[in-house]
Design a protein around this ligand. Structure first.
Ligand SMILES: C[S@@+](CC[C@H](N)C(=O)[O-])C[C@H]1O[C@@H](n2cnc3c(N)ncnc32)[C@H](O)[C@@H]1O
Length: 384
């Protein structure tokens, strides 16, 4: 199948972005997704792409060449992505970060001997067997699970499902991360079973944790809390998900860690309560879910971020450390920084910026593909 695209569509690829939108596609090849050859109006070959007939993002570039895109091709690309992760001191990390690794719509996460993958476009779903064969050839896993329940698949006209693709992946898989062990839940956990993108930030915060009292808000299954607990005397870990907290307690036991208290609560309510009282914390982590799911919701999301940051700053002990972040793609770094400055001003605290961070190196950000940048964090210290 061949798809003809406009000069504007071709220019996008030349500019380093892999997407071509519906409005830049001439001659729709029908309603069958898959891998297509792409040319300009004069018939010049531009590359091969995943074609999604129901999505606004019609084409996602795979290769500028004309080589066969078969199981061997996928295996080679996935092996190259794995090689770029060499030396990561963890057994749970992302091997393929979709557009960030030049493999659009494909997520491949490694949890020890197992792989959890997501196929997030109709074109990719059509070549599922080749992709799975490529994963097996490149990574040699004992089992591959497809967590194809990401809501984004709806834009592609694809069903939401969790299905085994090869072997058996256990309900819980223990992984190591910079000296900490935790159980990921590939079948039922959030994302593909754990928040792998914060791995390096957890190590960073662990290294800056003050002695004394620590507070981990939006803890999920305690991945930050476990790092905090190595230095802090006590850690209060808070989340709304009872299921995640139960696994957090299992994770604490796995590390022989007895200084974490798990509390099921709404972080907004708890912060309001703490803000009224006298308690302070020497280390605080704020890792909320994405408050802005759309561009339109940014002002409201910004207000939510400001509220939790302002209250956290107020209950930070003198000399204390605050790690705060946003994983909302639509809340850009500038907006996040301005929000933090406003919260600091309103709190009356003097805060030093120790580090500005993004996602770990297993979630590559490509400068010509803004959609690959979503996580932003700041490590702050009270210096008043
Ligand atoms: C980005 S995840 C946190 C990931 C975690 N820090 C880690 O490193 O694994 C956000 C978490 O916030 C929780 N959550 C969402 N809304 C909440 C609220 N209002 N109060 C407390 N927790 C909330 C979710 O259940 C989820 O576990």
């Amino acid at each position: 199948m061949t798809v003809v695209v406009s000069a504007q569509g071709a220019a996008r690829w030349q500019g380093g972005h892999p997407w071509i939108y519906r409005t830049d596609v001439y001659d729709e090849p029908g309603d069958s997704p898959g891998i297509v050859t792409v040319t300009n109006r004069r018939g010049r070959h531009l590359g091969q792409a995943l074609y999604s007939p129901k999505s606004e993002i019609r084409l996602r570039l795979l290769t500028h060449g004309g080589e066969p895109v078969d199981a061997g091709w996928w295996g080679g690309r996935i092996a190259a992505a794995a090689a770029r992760r060499a030396g990561i001191p963890a057994t749970g990390y992302r091997v393929v970060h979709a557009e960030g690794d030049g493999l659009p719509a494909l997520i491949v996460d490694r949890y020890g001997a197992y792989v959890v993958a997501q196929l997030l476009s109709a074109g990719l779903e059509r070549v599922r067997d080749d992709v799975i064969a490529g994963i097996r050839a490149a990574l040699g896993p004992e089992g591959v699970l497809l967590r194809n329940d990401a809501p984004i698949r709806r834009h592609e006209g694809l069903p939401l499902e969790v299905v085994p693709a090869f072997g058996t992946v256990p309900e819980l898989v223990a992984v190591e991360e910079h000296g900490i062990r935790y159980f990921a839940a590939p079948h039922t956990g959030q994302k593909t079973g754990a928040f792998l993108d914060q791995r390096e930030n957890r190590a960073l915060v662990g290294a800056h944790t003050a002695e004394g009292r620590a507070l981990d808000l939006f803890t999920y299954h305690g991945s930050f809390a476990l790092h905090l607990a190595r230095r802090a005397k006590t850690v209060l870990a808070v989340d709304v998900s009872a299921e995640a907290l139960a696994r957090g307690a299992q994770n604490a036991a796995l590390n022989g860690c007895a200084n974490i208290t798990w509390r099921e609560a709404n972080a907004f309510d708890l912060l309001r309560e703490l803000d009224r009282g006298e308690e302070t914390f020497d280390t605080i982590v704020l890792d909320p879910p994405a408050f802005a799911k759309t561009k339109q919701s940014v002002p409201r999301a910004r207000a939510g971020y400001k509220e939790i940051n302002l209250r956290a700053m107020r209950i930070l002990a003198p000399g204390g450390v605050l790690f705060t972040c946003s994983c909302s793609y639509h809340v850009h770094r500038g907006v996040f920084g301005e929000m933090l400055a406003e919260a600091a001003r309103d709190s009356g605290r003097r805060l030093q910026l120790l580090a500005q961070v993004g996602a770990g190196r297993d979630h590559p950000e490509i400068v010509t593909v803004p959609e690959t940048t979503y996580l932003k964090g700041a490590l702050l210290q009270a210096v008043d």
